[in-house]
Design a protein around this ligand. Structure first.
Ligand code: GLA
Length: 742
C-alpha cells in the first residue's frame, strides 16, 4: 500500500531541533510515497523517479534513479545483500544509499567516525522514517552505539532535481569524531559505458570541460583549500558513450552546494556498480561532536535528463533560477554594469571615477562599480586589505560625492570588497595578528601578499559584518562585488583545542554564509557578486546568497567563448558576468573588434570594463548600439533556454549558441568564427526550441544573413531549414534576433 504520512519539515524540527540552516525550500515538491509492503520509498518529479528501499538486513539500497516510472509501477523490494567473496563484502558490492565505514568496507564511505576508545566502526541500519508533502527523512542508527544519521530527501517537482543531505547526531555519553561525511551516495543503474564530464581550471583559465570513461576505480574531484576552487568545480555529469550527445541521451548530473573544501568521488566498484559520493572533503577533516551535538552536511543536488548534455544544463539553469538564487523563482535581471578595474586598477579617485561614470552613463550602463583601491592604504596589492575605511587622499569627502554623481546620472552604485582577507601592512593586522588562519609558531604563507582571516572565530565574523554594515548604512550602495583572492594555507585555529581545530573547514563557511544572509536581511535591496580572483567560488551554496558570478579574470573575448561554454554546462548564463575590455587584451595580446567583444559578452550578463577615456566617438556609437540590442534580448539570454548549437571546445573553429525565451516568442543567436580559410563555407545553422507553428521574423544585431533569407518564416523553417550568417576573416561574429511576427 502506498501511504503518505506527516509533514517532513515538522518531522525534521521535532527530531533534530530544526537544523535547517543549509536547506533551500522548494516551491513545489515532488510526490513522495512509501510502499510499506515492499519497504520502498519513491520520489516522482517531472521526468524523474528516484526510489530506494530497506532490505532484509536493514540496509538502505538504491533501486531506481532515472526516467519517470508510471505511478502504478511497483518497484521491487531491495534484494537480500550478499557477500561476493570473503574479500568483497556485501556492503562493498551493494548499491547503498549511505555507506558507514565498518564491517570490512572497501569502497568510499559516506560516513566514518571514531570513538574515544579507538573504535572506528559504524554499521548503519534503518530505524524509522517520516514522509510528507515535501520529502522523506530516513533515520538510521548504528547497530550498537547511540549514533544516529538522518538522511534527507526532497525533490523539486518541476525539474526532478533531488536534494540530498545528512545529519549525524551523537547521543552517546562521550564525544565522537566525524572523520569523513558525505551528503549522499548516489548509485547509477548498472551499465558498462558511462562517461564522466567535469570541469577543471586555474586562475584566468577556469571552466575547462573534461571527459573520461568511468572505469573500475575512483575519480576524485575536490578542493582541499578551504574554498570552492577553480581547479575542480563541484559539478559533474555522467552520460553514456554512444548514446549521450548534446541534445539526446541520458545524463545523470549533480552539484554540491558548498563553498568550503569539498570532495566528489565517482567510482565503479569491483563488480561494476557506478556511484557518486559527495560532501565534506575528508582530507585533513575532523569534527568532534559532544554528546547531543549534530553535524549537518551541505546539500548535494542531483538530476537526470534524457535530453543530453543540453537538456541537463537547461534543467540546472531552470533550477537555479526558480529555486537557488535570491529572488527565486523570479530573480531580478542583471543590470548592465561598468567596472573600473581594468581601466584604473588601484588608481581610483573621485575625479577619475566621476569622469568614467559620466561616460559610462552615455552608453546606457545601469550600474557603476568602483573596484579595488578605494580604502585604507590600498595603492597596490601589498597593503590595505582589512581596513574598510575610505582612503581620505583619494576621496577627501568620503564616497558621498561620487555616489551622488553616479545616482544623478541615473545609475546605481556598487563597490568592490574583499572582507575575508588582510594584508600584513594594514591597521587590522597590526591590531589583530591572531585573527588570521595560522598554525602556532609556523610561517604564515601569503598569496597575493595577503592572509585569510579566520571567519570561524566569532569576533572575526562580527568584525566583518560590522565593517560592511557601517559602509552600507552610511552610503547608498546597491551592490557589492565580494572578492576572495587566495586559497588557504596552514589551516590552523590556535585558539581552540588541538582536537577541534579542523572544525575550521565547516565553521568558516557556515559563518561566511551567515554574514551574507545577515547583510541581505539588513539590506534587502543589496545585491552581491561572488568573485574569487575570477571563478574560484562558484557553487550552488554561494549562489543561494549572491546574485551574480564573476567567472574568470580572463576577459579575452575568444578565450571566453570556451570558458562560457564550460560554465554553461553547470551554471546559468543569467548570473555569468562578462565585461567588454581593451583590445589587445592583456591575457593573450589578442586584438579583436569592439563588436566581437560585445557579442562574446552578450552571451551572459553584459558589463563594460574598458578605460572609456581611450574610446573614440565610433566606439561609443558601437557600444550604445550593442547595449541597446542587449537590453532587447536580456530577458531571453538571462532567463531563457540555452542551446549550444556548435561547440567551441577542442579545435573547433566556430561557436554558436542560441537562447529562447520562456514563451518561445523570442530567440537570439550568437555565432563566432575563429578564422576562415579558402575551403571554408559558413554552414547553415538550424535553430532549436522554437514553436514550429509560429511565424518568426529576424533582424541582425551584427553580421548579415544570406540575402535570400526570408524576412519571416515558421519556427519549423528556422529549425529544419535554418539560417546562414556568412563570416569571413579572423575573430568574426554575428548575432540575430528572431521574434514572433506581429
Ligand atoms: C580580483 C578580481 C578582479 C579585480 C581584482 C582587484 O583579481 O577577480 O576582477 O577585482 O581582484 O584587485
Amino acid at each position: 500500500m502506498i501511504t503518505s504520512v506527516m509533514n517532513r519539515r515538522a518531522a525534521c524540527l521535532g527530531m533534530l531541533g530544526g537544523l535547517t540552516a543549509l536547506a533551500v525550500p522548494f516551491r513545489s515538491s515532488a510526490r513522495a510515497a512509501y510502499d510499506g509492503a515492499n519497504r520502498v520509498f519513491r520520489l516522482d518529479g517531472e521526468g524523474v523517479t528516484y526510489a530506494f528501499g530497506v532490505d532484509s538486513a536493514g540496509q538502505i539500497q538504491s533501486l531506481h534513479w532515472g526516467g519517470a516510472l508510471q505511478a502504478d509501477d511497483r518497484v521491487p523490494a531491495a534484494p537480500k545483500p550478499a557477500d561476493y567473496s570473503g574479500f568483497d563484502r556485501a556492503n562493498s558490492v551493494t548499491p547503498l544509499e549511505y555507506v558507514g565505514f565498518g564491517g570490512g568496507l572497501a569502497i568510499e564511505p559516506s560516513l566514518k567516525i571514531s570513538y574515544p576508545n579507538g573504535v572506528r566502526d559504524l554499521v548503519l541500519k534503518y530505524a524509522s522514517h517520516t514522509i510528507g508533502a515535501d520529502g522523506i527523512v530516513v533515520r538510521m542508527k548504528d547497530v550498537s552505539a547511540e549514533v544516529y544519521v538522518e538522511l534527507r530527501y526532497a525533490m523539486d517537482r518541476a525539474t526532478g532535481i533531488l536534494a540530498r543531505s545528512a545529519v549525524v547526531e551523537n547521543k552517546t555519553r562521550d564525544w565522537i569524531r566525524v572523520d569523513q561525511m558525505a551528503a549522499a551516495t548516489l548509485n547509477l543503474p548498472f551499465a558498462e559505458d558511462y562517461e564522466l564530464h567535469y570541469l577543471t581550471g586555474r586562475w584566468a583559465a577556469e571552466w575547462t570541460l573534461q571527459k573520461r570513461p568511468l572505469e573500475v576505480g575512483e575519480t576524485v574531484l575536490e578542493s582541499r583549500m578551504g574554498m570552492t576552487g577553480s581547479q575542480n568545480n563541484p559539478w559533474l555529469a555522467i552520460g553514456r558513450e554512444g548514446q549521450t550527445d548534446e541534445e539526446d541521451g541520458p545524463v545523470w548530473f549533480g552539484a554540491l552546494a558548498w563553498s568550503g573544501s569539498w570532495r566528489i568521488t565517482v567510482d565503479k566498484d569491483i563488480v561494476g556498480h557506478p556511484r557518486v559520493t559527495a560532501g565534506y572533503n575528508p582530507f585533513d577533516f575532523g569534527y568532534r561532536l559532544k554528546p547531543g551535538e549534530t553535524l549537518e552536511t551541505p546539500i548535494f543536488y542531483a538530476g537526470y535528463s534524457d535530453k543530453g548534455m543540453g537538456g541537463a544544463s537547461r534543467l540546472m539553469h531552470r533550477f537555479q533560477r526558480t529555486v537557488i538564487l535570491p529572488g527565486a523563482p523570479e530573480p531580478k535581471l542583471r543590470p548592465v554594469l561598468y567596472n573600473s578595474w581594468e581601466a584604473t586598477e588601484f588608481a581610483v579617485d573621485e575625479a577619475g571615477q566621476i569622469a568614467l561614470a559620466e561616460k559610462a552613463a552615455t552608453l546606457g550602463v545601469e550600474r557603476f562599480v568602483m573596484d579595488d583601491g578605494w580604502f585604507g592604504k590600498r595603492n597596490n596589492d601589498r597593503a590595505g586589505l582589512g581596513d574598510w575605511v575610505v582612503n581620505p587622499e583619494k576621496f577627501p569627502k568620503g564616497l558621498g560625492p561620487l555616489i551622488s554623481k553616479v545616482r544623478g546620472l541615473g545609475m546605481e552604485f556598487g563597490l568592490w570588497v574583499e572582507p575575508e582577507m588582510v594584508n600584513a601592512d594594514s591597521d587590522l593586522y597590526r591590531a589583530h595578528p591572531d585573527w588570521v588562519i595560522n598554525f602556532k609558531g609556523r610561517p604564515r604563507s601569503e598569496g597575493r601578499n595577503q592572509m585569510v582571516l579566520n571567519l570561524a572565530r566569532k569576533d572575526v565574523r562580527d568584525y566583518i559584518l560590522k565593517a560592511l554594515d557601517l559602509l552600507l548604512r552610511e552610503n547608498d550602495i546597491a551592490f557589492l562585488k565580494w572578492d576572495h583572492n587566495r586559497s588557504w594555507s596552514e589551516p590552523g585555529w590556535p585558539e581552540v583545542a588541538a582536537e577541534d581545530q579542523q572544525k575550521i573547514y565547516v565553521d568558516y563557511t557556515k559563518n561566511l554564509y551567515w554574514i551574507f544572509a545577515e547583510l541581505r536581511r539588513r539590506y534587502p535591496k543589496l545585491e552581491i557578486e561572488s568573485c574569487a580572483g575570477g571563478g574560484g567560488r562558484v557553487d550552488l551554496g554561494i549562489m543561494h546568497l549572491t546574485d551574480q558570478i564573476w567567472p574568470t579574470d580572463n576577459t579575452d573575448p575568444f578565450d571566453r567563448l570556451r570558458m562560457q561554454d564550460g560554465f554553461s554546462h553547470a551554471y546559468m548564463p543569467g548570473v555569468m558576468m562578462a565585461w567588454v575590455t581593451a583590445s589587445p587584451n592583456w591575457v593573450n595580446k589578442r586584438s579583436t573588434s569592439l563588436e566581437y567583444r560585445f557579442l562574446s559578452s552578450m552571451q551572459g550578463c553584459l558589463g563594460v570594463g574598458d578605460n572609456l577615456n581611450h574610446w573614440t566617438p565610433e566606439d561609443f556609437a558601437t557600444a550604445q548600439h550593442m547595449i541597446e540590442a542587449y537590453k532587447s534580448v536580456r530577458q531571453t539570454v538571462q532567463r531563457g533556454d540555452l542551446y549550444r548549437l556548435v561547440s567551441p571546445q577542442g579545435d573547433s573553429e566556430r561557436s554558436v549558441t542560441q537562447s529562447v525565451s520562456a514563451d518561445r516568442r523570442q530567440a537570439v543567436l550568437f555565432t563566432f568564427l575563429h578564422s576562415s580559410s579558402t575551403v571554408d563555407a559558413t554552414p547553415i545553422i538550424q535553430l532549436r526550441g522554437l514553436d514550429p507553428a509560429l511565424r518568426y521574423s529576424f533582424r541582425e544585431i551584427a553580421g548579415k544573413a544570406d540575402a535570400d533569407t526570408p524576412a519571416t518564416a515558421s519556427g519549423a523553417y528556422w529549425m529544419q531549414h535554418g539560417i546562414r550568417v556568412p563570416l569571413k576573416g579572423d575573430f568574426q561574429a554575428g548575432a540575430v534576433i528572431f521574434e514572433v511576427a506581429q
